[in-house]
Design a protein around this ligand. Structure first.
Ligand code: PSU
Ligand code: MN
Length: 305
């Protein structure tokens, strides 16, 4: 095992005995939602994974250690510290480990650590992608490269239209990452069920997801798979309201000259601020929905291995 990696006893036992495990990220806790709803949500997501027959492994960097499986105190700590915790993407891990500090893991680093630990499935809210205007800024999330090179299934609710969703799909196509719609032919756009863009394949059951992922492993591909699961109808938001908030957030972002790794957290926080509690509630519901599908898929996958 990697000398920087700590797998919690519960997660270790589950992995050693072939039980289903689902990884969860921590940037969504520290940077994605306000305290204390972030901590409450993190616990609820873990509970949802358990209720559906799998073991949750929330992932983070704590004191320079790569953690797969956090205690409630560690989750509370990350949630309370919020944006004071470093957002840890692929390029940040060497510095965090060498210096012994904390980091909230993005989709990228959660995939990296999950894979090191032997976890195959990961549930989150939304992934990073190609930003609008990337043809001049070159702002493309490391999440897309990670999907291309790390064999983990990521179950999300699509991506927010703070991104250029069309270019994000093009990038994933170039990189050979299968984009699956769960119960839909259309890429969901996080707060809304539709984006106007098609997915590669529609899948209607956890068993089918597990079969596709297993086939990807069986032919020796190195990359992962992106499963996009639309927000339940009853929690989805009005497209006009969300589009307006995103437009405003993008304008303020460029006016204030925000760039680099601060862009996504800035846009996410702005959208929540502009849409008030409603978008936060939707965000929580869609993450729980993703946790359920990820856990059921992990259960199916564990039957095959
Ligand atoms: N998009 C969301 N919610 C999030 C993120 C993205 O709707 O919480 C977070 C995830 O951790 C994702 C990261 O991996 O932001 C992407 O950041 P960047 O665009 O800087 O790569
Ligand atoms: Mn970026």
């Amino acid at each position: 095992m990697n000398k920087y990696l700590d797998i919690s006893p519960e997660v270790k036992t589950a992995l050693d005995t072939g039980k289903p495990v689902v990884a969860l990220e921590s940037t969504i806790i520290s940077h994605g939602m306000p305290y204390p709803r972030n901590v409450e949500t993190a616990f609820l997501v873990e509970q949802t994974i358990r209720n559906n027959g799998a073991v949750p492994a929330t992932i983070a960097v704590i004191g320079g250690r790569l953690k797969a499986g956090l205690s409630h105190d560690e989750i509370e700590h990350l949630g309370k510290a919020g944006r004071n915790v470093a957002k840890a993407s692929r390029r940040d891990l060497p510095a965090l480990l060498a210096r012994g500090i904390d980091g909230a893991t993005t989709v990228t680093t959660t995939m990296i650590i999950a894979h090191m630990a032997g976890i195959k499935i990961f549930a989150t809210g939304g992934i990073g992608g190609v930003h609008r205007g990337a043809e001049t800024t070159m702002d493309i999330s490391a999440d897309l490269e990670e999907l291309a090179q790390t064999p983990v299934m990521v179950v999300c609710a699509g991506a927010k239209s703070i991104l250029d969703l069309g270019l994000t799909l093009e990038y994933l196509e170039t990189k050979g990452v299968p984009v699956i719609g769960y119960g839909t032919d259309e890429l969901p756009a996080f707060y809304t069920r539709k984006s106007g863009f098609g997915v590669d394949y529609r899948v209607d059951s956890p068993k089918e997801l597990a079969d596709m992922f297993q086939a990807q492993r069986d032919i020796g591909y190195v990359g992962g798979m992106l499963v996009t699961n639309p927000i339940p109808e009853e929690y989805s938001m009005d497209k006009a309201i969300i589009d307006e908030a995103i437009g405003q957030a993008l304008r303020e972002c460029s006016e204030q000259g925000v760039h680099g790794k601060d862009t996504t957290p800035f846009l996410l926080a702005k959208v929540v601020e502009l849409t008030g509690g409603e978008s936060l509630e939707s965000n929580i519901k869609l993450v729980l929905n993703n946790a359920e599908i990820a856990a059921k898929t992990a259960v199916e996958l564990s039957k095959q291995n």
